[in-house]
Each structure stands twice: as structure tokens, then as C-alpha cells.
Design a binder for this molecule. Structure first.
Ligand code: ACO
Length: 427
């Protein structure tokens, strides 16, 4: 097999090296294209464009496969906890006991958030969407921790990473407590990372916090499943913002904004709203299937389809089982679930969806579990951000350590060519 690709245009030939990834994926390295030919490529939505070489996450959309640092998502979801997975993603290896203890203790030592941050939180109306609040608070954190990170120092890099891993769950919990009118809480250092997050979110001021293992395990699994997904929209945003050497916290804040959109992380909220709307409309799934297929109707079946998975989303399989377990264990009978099951069955048998390889994605089921766990619909995407945090950090760290150049795509200009300026009174 040749390790070069040839492009022929206007009687001239240009050669480009072909790069092979560790999972036998091939890419044409066009870094010299513009300087050698004067041309660029165009690929809106970047469906065929690799923005970097990365050693963090591998996914095969055709086979429905997802691995973090070489470990299958199935193994990690079953055998590891979220903090171990965070360490794995960020530093490349699963931690041993001592490393995990140190990691957790370092996080606990940084888990306070400056009291002044509460003023910023209270500046938002209760009706504010928690994703906007979370993005703002994450960005504001820099004002209270103003040292810039020297990425050449592993120690400084580590400290910045620990700080955000420690403070982010507090912000997540505050976003929800603000919405619910509950007093703000700082959690409990004696608890595990995910358990502490749960306590910070749900602890009532006049009641002892009761740990529920089923709930904590489900939450842990959900966070692991969301922890990274290679160069998706929000991760690419984090990398591109960070590539200007903007700091970690603001790069993450930009990632949160990108995640908010309903075509990305916001889909989990959109799924639940869609299921509720269908249930309120009499539960006629067939009517909504028809709407989803009608090209004159903007309605899309939320939670179906994926840019890269053209086979079942492996996370959806794990989450579907977890959803069944959680609902059974908690004894929840949810009419929304019946609508979801109906839609899933019909879509999997429908030629339109089969032809386009539109399978349920992770968001189709995650909302159902979040709802069962008592998390308000508007908080679903915030939970996604909580899960994605280690992935964003790992990707930002890799980008900075690889000394990647600033992200700056080109364009093909299709506007007006030069024309004379027309004074106001003659237009
Ligand atoms: N319902 C109905 N039709 C759909 C859907 C859907 N959910 N998704 C794609 N299609 C159709 C498109 O209309 C198009 O049909 P056509 O070929 O006849 O024109 C075809 O399938 C391909 O769709 P694209 O939009 O080109 O696929 P793309 O890869 O660009 O989009 C996306 C992927 C954005 C996820 C899309 O499937 C979608 O909008 N899904 C619903 C939103 C959603 O669930 N997002 C969550 C993604 S997972 C995540 O971010 C964690």
C-alpha cells in the first residue's frame, strides 16, 4: 500500500504523505497543500477533516465501538469509577491505589469556591438556563484564581486541572440549588467524588442526606459514558479556544456553550421535552414518526442519529440497560418511558431510519435516567457537561503539550468582488 496520495489538477501532480493511526485509520496529510498548490480544501461541518492526532479516545462509528485510552467503554462503565476514568483520560493510564488517593485528596483540598462567586450566581434570575449560568461561572472562576498556567510546568498544569475538577461539581450543584431555591452547599470531603456531587445537589437543609447506592452507581456510569468522545463540537471548541493560549477555565466555558445546543449536548433536554409533548398529545408515536420523515416539517426525532455512529451508539446500549435497572430498582413507572419504547421500536423497524442508519443515541436514554434520579430537565445538559469535563481537560492538555498551532480555518470567498463605494444619499 502506498504511503503517498496524489492529487492531480490542471495538469500538475501534488503528492501528500498518508498517515496511519494505531487503529489502521488512514489520513492524507495536506499540511503542504496551500503552499504547494495555492488551493485549500472545503469541508463544512468537517465531516472528512481531522483536526489533530490524538491518543485519548478511539471510536469506530461503523462498528459502534468506543474506547478511552485503549479501554473499552463497556469495561470502564462496569469496572471503574468516574474519578479513575478522569485520571485515565487526562494522564493516560489508570491510577494505582496510591495515585487515586492522592488525586482525590488533592481535589478535596481545592473544593471550596470563593464566597464572592455567590454574588455572580445570585445576579442571575431563577429562570436563567443553568447551562448559561454554568458557562458564566466557569469563566468567572478565573477572576478568583488569576494565575495563568505555565503549560511547560507539569506541576502548574496539574494544579489547574485539580482546581477545576474540584470546583466544577460545586458550580453544577449551585446551578441546580439556585433553580430550586435551596441554600448553597459545599458538600462533604468524607464522601466519594460522585456521591459528594449528589449530596451537594440534593441535600435538604432540614434533612439528613441519605446515600442511595443505586442512584450513585447510575450517576457514576452516566458520567463515565459522557466523559469523552474525541473531536465533537464542544471538544473541538475547547481545543480551538485553547489554541489561542486562552486559559483552561475559559476554554472549558466555551465548550459548555457549544454543548448547550440541541444538536449536541442539549439533545438530552430536547428528548425529554419531545417525549413529554408526544405523551401530552395522546402518545401517538406514529404521528411523530411521520413528522420526522416529512422533509417539509422541521421536526426531527431528538435522540436519534449521530454524526459518527452509523451503527448503534455503544453508550446507548449500556445506558438503556442502566435505565431499565434504575427504574426497576426505584420502582418508577413512567408513562414517558412507554412513549420512548414505542418510538424506539418503530424507528428501528422503519425504512427511513434504517436506510439512514439512524439509531437511538446516548441522549435518548440518559434523560430518562436523569428524570428518574429527580434531576430537573433543564439540568440534563449540565450533567452532560459534568461528565465531559475530564475529556475536555484531557483534550486541552494534549493540545497544549503537543504545542498545536492556533486553530484558524480558511474559507472560499463567494461574496461581491471590489466595487465603488456609494455615498449614503445615492444608495
Ligand atoms: N430525525 C429525522 N431525520 C433525521 C434525524 C432525526 N433525528 N437525524 C438525521 N436525519 C436525516 C436527515 O434529515 C438526513 O436525511 P436526508 O439524507 O434525506 O437529507 C439524514 O438523516 C442525514 O442527516 P444529517 O443531518 O446530514 O446527519 P448529521 O450527521 O449531519 O447530523 C445529528 C447528526 C445532528 C446528530 C442529527 O442526526 C440530528 O439532528 N439528530 C437529532 C439531535 C440529536 O439527537 N443530537 C444528539 C447527538 S449525540 C450527542 O451530541 C451526544
Amino acid at each position: 500500500m502506498s504511503d503517498k496520495a496524489t492529487l492531480e489538477y490542471n495538469g500538475r501532480k501534488y503528492e501528500f504523505p498518508v498517515i496511519k493511526g494505531s487503529e489502521d485509520e488512514f489520513a492524507i496529510d495536506i499540511r503542504s497543500l496551500r503552499s504547494s498548490s495555492g488551493m485549500i480544501t472545503i469541508d463544512s461541518g468537517y465531516k472528512n477533516t481531522g483536526s489533530c492526532e490524538s491518543a485519548i479516545t478511539f471510536l469506530d462509528g461503523e462498528k459502534g465501538m468506543l474506547r478511552y485510552r485503549g479501554y473499552s467503554i463497556e469495561d470502564l462503565a462496569e469496572k471503574a469509577d468516574f474519578l479513575e476514568v478522569a485520571f485515565l483520560l487526562i494522564f493516560g493510564e489508570l491510577p494505582n491505589e496510591e495515585q487515586l488517593d492522592t488525586f482525590h485528596n488533592d481535589i478535596k483540598a481545592e473544593s471550596h469556591v470563593d464566597e464572592e462567586m455567590k454574588k455572580i450566581l445570585h445576579g442571575f434570575p431563577k429562570s436563567a438556563h443553568p447551562m448559561g449560568v454554568l458557562s458564566s461561572l466557569t469563566s468567572a472562576l478565573i477572576a478568583f484564581n488569576p494565575t495563568s498556567v505555565n503549560v511547560k510546568s507539569e506541576k502548574e498544569m496539574y494544579h489547574a486541572i485539580i482546581r477545576i475538577l474540584a470546583k466544577f461539581p460545586v458550580l453544577v450543584a449551585w446551578c441546580m440549588r439556585k433553580k430550586k431555591g435551596l441554600p448553597l452547599d459545599y458538600g462533604d470531603d468524607a464522601l466519594g467524588y460522585v456521591e459528594n456531587l449528589h449530596k451537594m445537589m440534593f441535600k435538604k437543609p432540614n434533612k439528613e442526606y441519605e446515600k442511595n447506592k443505586i442512584v450513585i452507581d447510575a450517576l457514576d456510569k452516566l458520567l463515565i459514558l459522557h466523559a469523552d468522545h474525541e473531536q465533537n463540537c464542544s471538544t473541538s471548541t475547547v481545543r480551538i479556544v485553547g489554541s489561542s493560549h486562552a486559559g483552561l477555565f475559559v476554554s472549558l466555558s466555551a465548550g459548555i456553550s457549544a454543548l448547550w445546543g440541541p444538536l449536541h449536548g442539549g439533545a438530552n433536554q430536547a428528548v425529554l421535552e419531545m417525549l413529554e409533548a408526544i405523551a401530552a398529545d395522546g402518545g401517538d408515536t406514529k404521528k411523530y414518526m411521520a413528522k420526522a420523515k416529512d422533509k417539509n416539517d422541521p421536526f426531527r426525532l431528538m435522540g436519534f442519529g449521530h454524526r459518527v455512529y452509523k451503527n448503534f451508539d455503544p453508550r446507548a446500549k449500556i445506558i438503556k440497560n442502566a435505565a431499565d435497572e434504575v427504574l426497576a430498582d426505584l420502582g418508577i413507572e413512567d408513562p414517558i418511558l412507554e412513549v420512548a419504547k414505542g418510538l424506539e421500536k418503530e424507528a428501528l423497524e422503519d425504512q427511513y431510519f434504517v436506510d439512514r442508519k439512524l439509531y437511538p443515541n446516548v441522549d435518548f436514554y440518559s434523560g430518562i435516567i436523569y428524570r428518574a434520579l429527580g434531576i430537573p430537565t433543564e439540568m440534563f445538559t449540565v450533567m452532560f457537561a459534568m461528565g465531559r469535563l475530564p475529556g475536555w481537560i484531557a483534550q486541552w492538555r494534549e493540545m497544549r503539550l503537543n504545542n498545536e498551532p492556533i486553530g484558524r480555518p480558511r474559507q472560499v470567498y463567494v461574496g461581491e468582488t471590489i466595487r465603488p463605494f456609494m455615498p449614503l444619499d445615492r444608495r
